[in-house]
Design a protein around this ligand. Sequence first.
Ligand code: NAP
Length: 529
Amino acid sequence: MQYPITGHQLLGFSESSLGKNTFETFNPQTGAPTPWKFCEATDSEVHMAMELATRAFTTYRDMPGIRRAEFLRAIAAELEQQQEDLVSVYMQESGLPEGRARGELGRTTGQLRAFAAVAESASWMDVRIDTAQPDRTPLPKPDIRKCMRPLGPVVVFGASNFPFAFSTAGGDTASALAVGCPVVVKGHPMHAGTSEAVGRCIQLAARKTAMPEGVFSQLQGSGTVLGGALVRHPATKAVGFTGSKAGGLALARLGAERGEPIPVFAEMGSINPVVVLPSATDPTQGWAKAYAQSVTLGAGQFCTNPGLVLGIKGPGWNTFSAALAAEVDAVGSACMLHPKIAAQYQVLRSDFFAQPGVTQMTSISSDGDDTQAIGAVALVSAAAFRKNAGLKREVFGPFTLLVTCEDQEDLVRTLNTVEGQLTASLLGNEAELESAATLISLLGDKAGRLLVNGVPTGVEVCPSMHHGGPFPATTDARFTSVGTDAVKRWIRPLSYQNLPAGVLPPALKNDNPLGILRMVNGQMTTDPI
Ligand code: NAP
C-alpha cells in the first residue's frame, strides 16, 4: 500500500493519534479482524478539526470556482491512481465483490467531476440583479443584487452501505467542497480503513492544488460520542448523514437543540412502494425476475430497495407473487456488510413473519454463517397491513412485503397509510397508466422520485435526479443528496443593496466576468449590464 493505514485522525495536512482507545474493522466474508487498529478521536481532535475548517473557510469560500474544481478533479485523479489499494481495502472491510467496488469507485470519481463542473460554472450562485431606478416615484429604487454563498464548515457522516460513493469522498463531501464549504468527515466505523485510504487521497489532492489547510479533515470513532460532539460543535454549520432513522433523528434533534440550530440533512429509511397494475403480472413481462434481482441486489442493502409491493387480488397477482418468491429463493444467501447488520436483518425478518396475517412465501432454510443472509418474501392482506404500523418499518436487507388489495380503491386507501419515501414505482401498460391519475398524484405526494416500468435500485447521478423525499425518508423533502442539486443544502442567499461596484463579488459585477447566466431586471441573460 502506497500510504499505510495508521488508524490516525487526518487533521488538515497532518495526522493525530491522541485517543488511547482503539477499535478494529472486520472482514465480513471471513469474520477475521483486518490488520489495522483505529484510534478513537478525542474532544480536542474534534476541536482542532473544526478550528482548522473555520480558518480554511475564510479563504476557501472566496476562491474562484475554477480552483475548487481543480481540487475536486485532483481528488478524483488521486482515487484513480490508488484504485488497486482502495479496492482491496474496500473488499476486505465490506465483503462486497470486486465489480461493485470498482463500479462504486467509478461513480465516486464521476460525482467528483460532476461537482467540479458545478464549481466551475458558478451556476449554483443563482444570481439575480435589479438595477437602481433613482427617478422612480414616489420612492427611488435601490440597486439590489442577490447570490448564494456557502454556509461554512460541514460535517459529513460516512454511510455503511456505500464505503466510496456515500462516504469520505462521496456526494455529500463533493457537493459541499464544490460550493466553498470545508468538510469534516466522521468515517463509518465498519470501514474505517477504506475511509482513511480515501481520506489520504483527499489530503494529498488538497496539498497538490494548494488548498487552505483544514479544507478537509476526517475523524474516526466507533460510538455515538464523536458524532454528537461534531454536530454540537459551534463551528459546524450543517450536517450530511445517510443511515438509520434512529441515527438520523438523534442527530437532527442535536442540531435543532443547539444554541445556534443548524440543518441536519439526514437520508434515512425507505421502503420504496411498488404498485403492480394487472397487466404487469403477466409472466411474459418478466417483472417478477427483475424485482427479485432488485430486492436481493447488494444483499438488499440499498436505501432504494423495493421493500413493499402492492397488487390487486386475482390469479395474475397470485402468479406474480409466487414467481417473485421463487426467484428470490433461487438467489441464495449473500454476505451482508457486518454481523450486526445481518443480525438486525434476521431479527426483523422473523418479527415480520410473526405478525398477524403474514404468510411466508419463500422457503428460508438457513442463512449460513454470521454475516450471510438469505432473501425473503412475505405476503399480507391490505386490511392487515393498514392497521399494523410494525409492517411499515424498513427491513434493511433482501426482503420485500407483498400486499394484496381488494381493488383499486383499496390500493389507494392502503397507500394513504404509507409514510414518506425516497421512491415510488408503478408497473402497468399505457392504458392502465392513463387511467391512474389519482394513483400517480398520491405516489407523487409520498415520494421524491416516481418511476414507471422500472426498478428503483440504481440512482442516476445527473442534474434532474432527486434522491430525497418526505419524512421519514429524509429530514427535509426539499433537498437531494444525489445529483448536482445536492449543493443546495450547503448554501444560503445574500442580498447586496447599493454596494459600490468595486466591492461586489465577481458574480454580481456589471461586466459579468464569470460569463454566467443571470437574471437581470427580470430577464435571463449572460450579457454585461
Ligand atoms: P447508523 O446506525 O444510523 O449509523 C450511521 C452513522 O451515524 C455512524 O457513524 C454512527 O456512529 C452515527 N450515529 C448513529 N446514531 C448516532 C447518534 N445517536 N449520535 C451520534 N452519532 C450517531 O447506520 P449504519 O451503521 O449505517 O447501519 C445501521 C442500520 O441503519 C442498518 O441496519 C439499516 O437499518 C440502516 N441503514 C439505512 C440506510 C438507508 O439508506 N436507508 C443506509 C445505511 C444504514 P457509530 O456507528 O460510531 O455509533
